[in-house]
Design a protein around this ligand. Structure first.
Ligand code: ADP
Ligand code: MG
Length: 170
């Protein structure tokens, strides 16, 4: 059963994808295409979607969910991480610690050349590393998740959740 943010995220991915695909067809890199597409999409649909890009992923940030896409920056040998991130979510949830990660879900659009990882948006990213986790929860996360700097944490219901768990040791 999909929760409502997942349904909204999937609808959004379907409506923004044609804009991205058009710029890619014109020969732009995926990350450039995403910036151009989101500008145009915001203008057409009167929306205010933000774009944030790192070394190998680009994120579309709305008020209640985030959509992540893999790409390969020319200065970086790594590629993406969305699929690893999704698998980490399944494994951590299976271990009973899913509440320590922001929820995510995989979006595949038939015929599209890229897949999307949707994640619930959480607040307070980068503000603090105080998590209010138990020692056992801290231990579990330290053992299984890498890259734990404060820009990869947010807050949900007063407790820390991780928003970037692509780098994992599960
Ligand atoms: N679930 C989320 N809620 C709020 N902001 C997010 C979320 N996911 C990503 N972001 C924002 O996007 C930035 C990049 O996302 P991240 O998953 O860390 O990608 P990267 O692999 O490029 O580090 C984060 O530092 C954060 O500012
Ligand atoms: Mg990150």
């Amino acid at each position: 059963m999909k929760t409502s943010w997942e349904i909204r995220a999937e609808r959004f991915a379907r409506s923004v994808y044609p804009y991205i695909a058009r710029y890619v067809r014109r020969g732009h890199s995926l990350v450039d295409a995403v910036y151009f597409a989101v500008n145009e999409y915001n203008f057409d649909k009167h929306r205010n979607v933000q774009v944030s890009s790192g070394a190998c992923r680009v994120c579309l940030i709305t008020s209640d969910y985030v959509i992540k896409m893999d790409y390969n920056h020319r200065n970086c040998s790594d590629f993406g991480g969305c699929y690893d991130e999704y698998n980490t979510y399944l494994e951590v949830t299976n271990d009973g610690y899913g509440h320590l990660l922001a929820e995510c879900s995989w979006i595949h659009i038939d015929g599209a050349r890229i897949d999307f990882l949707a994640m619930e948006r959480v607040r307070g990213v980068g503000k603090t590393r105080v998590t209010n986790w138990t020692e056992e929860e801290e231990r579990y996360i330290r053992r299984h998740i890498g890259d734990l700097h404060r820009y990869n944490y947010g807050k949900k219901n007063g407790r820390g959740v991780i928003i970037d768990y692509a780098c994992n040791r599960t």
